[in-house]
Design a protein around this ligand. Structure first.
Ligand SMILES: *[C@@H]1O[C@H](CO)[C@@H](O)[C@H](O)[C@H]1NC(C)=O
Ligand SMILES: *[C@@H]1O[C@H](CO)[C@@H](O)[C@H](O)[C@H]1NC(C)=O
Length: 427
């Protein structure tokens, strides 16, 4: 799914003030560093570069490797121990927990999983020993007004199947690969429960991209682990991957999910009713998953999710003459016909969100930005220049919903109506 041409980025905004330019200039060195990062790993590294521009001094949180990972059969693709970053809660947040599942695509073949084994998305050998906690993970009340003092955990993603692979289909020939996503989930939950999660009063399971999908898959499991009288909810960010055909009429995403599910034995981790009724990989699509979730869910997803536009709607194979290339790199470059196609994609997404409309205690924030993952960056989660709908930032909207202050079902007007968007530009 990687597109090696999509290297680097800048943000585009409709109006830049003098201060914004100054901030941008300060961040230029970091941007240049980020230009070297490939699309495949953008969620980890590119965002970090960008994040520092808006949040120059975030808390750095140490990596903890899961204890006795081997005995528990909970290992990354390469057999190394999985890990997480834990920041202790304080004050009124001491018994509240926010978990965030890292994203980073999936691997669907022995070849692609073997490549992944040599990165932080497949092996803790390559993981940074510290990561900055920003946005929804920040301990700064000005950046994270509701959750700043909660216990916070970022779970590293190193299994390649949204924390949902199972070992029964591991290949034992020559190539050594471990498909242990579900074991990783179970084992890290066990460790966190013993660290105090078992006494949680309020809790949120969140995650972005492939981690947003994992959030939906494990939402009810998470709920079951916690005290009955605790308030437990889930926030999926940019995890609503649509079961849509690409522009040439091929079910690219469907075939891809089919390969991931088959390779990594994911069916066992999916809803039993769903798997008995349809092809298991169908049950890996959020639209099916949400039908069976009982815990309240909030969805943060841009209607013009650039990852989905680049990989679901217009994958390279569907655009052999590169007619879409400029548009895929910068939504401002899309011609009128391409914008029409994007509007249809948005309509499909809104239609697929029926469940979120129906359920009173569910919520959503569907903004019209060319973005992907907006909860864990200071710039998009909660800052004076964050994207807003009805003048509320994502942090304020999630806070209103989580604390039952109001019903939050925010759907933005069509692109390009919202001047508060941060729209990604790739080079
Ligand atoms: C591994 O071996 C099995 C059985 O011999 C074979 O069916 C499968 O294709 C092999 N897988 C790979 C990736 O070589
Ligand atoms: C939008 O919200 C900010 C505070 O977040 C407030 O200062 C401002 O007046 C609001 N604007 C409108 C038009 O309501």
């Amino acid at each position: 799914m990687a597109n090696p041409r999509l290297r680097g980025f800048t943000w585009w905004r409709q109006k830049w003030g003098r201060k914004d330019w100054a901030i941008l200039a300060t961040g230029f060195t970091l941007l240049m560093l980020a230009l070297l990062v490939t699309f495949d790993t953008w969620s980890q590294e590119t965002d970090l570069g960008l994040n520092r521009i808006f949040n120059p001094d975030p808390a750095l949180v140490d990596l903890t490797l899961l204890s006795h990972a081997n005995e528990k059969g909970a290992v990354c693709l390469d057999g190394s121990s999985p890990g997480y970053h834990f920041q202790k809660g304080f004050g009124s947040g001491a018994n509240n927990w926010l978990l965030h599942l890292e994203g980073g695509g999936w691997c669907d073949s022995v070849a692609s999983c073997s490549l992944r084994k040599m990165t932080a998305l497949g092996s803790s050998k390559y993981m940074d020993s510290q990561v900055p906690f920003t946005g929804i993970l920040s301990n700064d009340p000005s950046q994270n007004p509701e959750f700043f003092n909660w216990n916070k955990v970022k779970l590293r993603y190193c299994d390649g199947a949204s924390f949902s692979g199972n070992p029964e289909s591991e290949f034992k020939n020559g190539t050594e690969l471990f498909f242990r996503g579900q074991n990783i989930w179970n084992a890290i939950m066990g460790e966190l429960l013993s660290m105090g999660l078992v006494h949680a009063r309020q809790a949120i399971l969140s995650g972005c991209s492939a981690g947003g999908l994992a959030t939906l898959i494990h939402c009810d499991d998470f709920r079951e682990l916690l005290p009955r009288d605790a308030t437990v909810k889930c926030v999926a960010d940019a995890g609503f991957f649509l079961d849509e055909k690409d522009i040439s009429g091929n079910p690219t995403m469907q075939s891809f999910y089919h390969s991931v599910v088959n390779l990594q034995g994911v069916a066992k981790s999916l809803n039993k009713d769903c798997v008995s009724r349809m092809e298991p990989s169908q049950c890996f699509f959020p639209q099916q998953i949400v039908k069976n979730i009982k815990t309240p869910v909030f969805l943060v997803n841009p209607a013009y999710d650039f990852w989905q536009i680049q990989n679901v709607l217009v994958p390279d194979v569907a655009d052999p003459h590169n007619d879409w290339l400029k548009c895929k790199l910068n939504i401002q470059n899309c011609n009128r016909r391409q914008i029409e196609v994007l509007q249809e994609f948005r309509s499909s997404m809104l239609k697929a969100l029926d469940e979120f409309q129906q359920k009173k205690n569910w919520g959503m924030f569907i903004n019209s930005c060319f973005a992907h993952c907006q909860t864990w960056m200071a710039s998009t989660w909660h800052s004076p220049s964050s994207p807003r709908i009805n003048n509320k930032t994502i942090a304020e909207s999630v806070g209103d919903w989580y604390l039952n202050r109001k019903v939050v079902k925010e759907i933005d007007c069509e692109y390009p109506c919202n001047p508060t968007c941060f729209n990604m530009i790739f080079h």
